[in-house]
Design a protein around this ligand. Structure first.
Ligand SMILES: NC(=O)c1ccc[n+]([C@@H]2O[C@H](COP(=O)([O-])OP(=O)(O)OC[C@H]3O[C@@H](n4cnc5c(N)ncnc54)[C@H](OP(=O)(O)O)[C@@H]3O)[C@@H](O)[C@H]2O)c1
Length: 261
């Protein structure tokens, strides 16, 4: 058993989650891997145990199911070996506004928003009460900044995840809980084909290994928002400065002059 904090990764059966599992195992962390496809999780767990010697536990969880979310939530509250949560499971299925229906909307929001919120809040509440603190990595997306992207409702869920991350930083950042929002641009994983989009139709896809390695540089630097595809970091600073400048001006007891009749 490792002395380092155990890392709980949702959506570890493929894509970014599986690569994060590889990287944290190589750093010497024990792992808890969650997703629906247990055969893939078991295969990854076997490889990581034999290559790195870390302990790896597999949990089958469908994070559109409230009871399964509750299992991981309870684990985060009760297992004091866990010190890193990677809130990574996500889908773009059901994102198109033209074809979304009740069940697809509910499924998308439960996985991308409700599960991510319940797990992050359980971890932050628990870890802010203990000396060792903890780290939460929330996988958002650059489409959080592009609400009118064709990915539609998916973009809205990722804006939520970014807002959640900044909010958790405000509430728990000074209590030993580090929260990172990772905002990938298009990255070559299964998410595209699962969502019915051929990855070759998207120009300039990042490789998933490069994305995770860059995001981990941001993690090690304790960045609050990590934008691996953004070369000009000044653009993000200008965006944040403009957002901060808006805040004092939107607190006003009187309607603005242009809304008075
Ligand atoms: N790839 C990109 O271009 C890109 C860009 C920006 C953000 N992201 C975000 O990156 C994260 C990881 O996605 P990825 O690109 O690595 O795609 P991926 O390869 O499709 O991985 C998605 C993971 O989520 C799990 N998952 C899906 N539905 C689930 C459910 N109902 N319950 C539990 N787990 C579920 C999948 O496992 P099972 O099927 O085994 O359950 C899989 O492990 C997502 O949050 C995604 O929104 C990706």
């Amino acid at each position: 058993m490792s002395d380092l904090p155990t890392v709980l990764i949702t959506g570890a059966s493929s894509g970014l989650g599986a690569i994060y599992a590889d990287r944290f195992a190589k750093r010497g962390h024990d792992l808890i891997l969650a997703a629906r496809d247990v055969a893939r999780l078991d295969a990854l767990a076997d490889r990581l145990r034999s290559e790195t010697g870390v302990a790896v536990e597999v949990i089958r969880a469908d994070l559109t199911d409230g009871a399964d979310i509750g299992v991981l939530e309870t684990r985060l509250r009760e297992d004091d070996r866990i010190g890193v949560l990677l809130n990574n499971a996500g889908t773009a299925i059901g994102g198109f506004y033209g074809s979304a229906d009740g069940p697809s909307i509910e499924s998308l929001i439960t996985l991308n928003v409700t599960a991510a919120s319940r797990l992050a809040i359980a971890a932050a509440q628990t870890w802010s009460q203990r000396a060792a603190g903890g780290s939460i990595v929330n996988i958002s997306s650059v489409v959080a900044f592009i609400p009118d992207s064709p990915l539609g409702l998916y973009s809205a869920t990722k804006a939520f995840v970014q807002s959640l991350s900044q909010g958790l930083n405000g509430a728990f950042g000074d209590k030993g809980v580090y929260v990172q929002a990772v905002m990938p641009a298009a990255t070559r994983t299964e998410i595209w084909e699962r969502g019915g989009i051929h990855p070759d139709s998207i120009p300039g896809m990042m490789l998933a290994d490069d994305l995770v390695d860059a995001a981990l540089v941001g993690f090690d630097r304790r960045e609050l928002v990590t934008l691996p595809s953004l070369s000009d970091a000044d653009l993000w600073d200008a965006y944040e400065t403009a957002r901060q400048a808006l805040i004092p001006s939107i607190r006003n007891a009187e309607p603005a002059g242009r809304y008075r009749t």
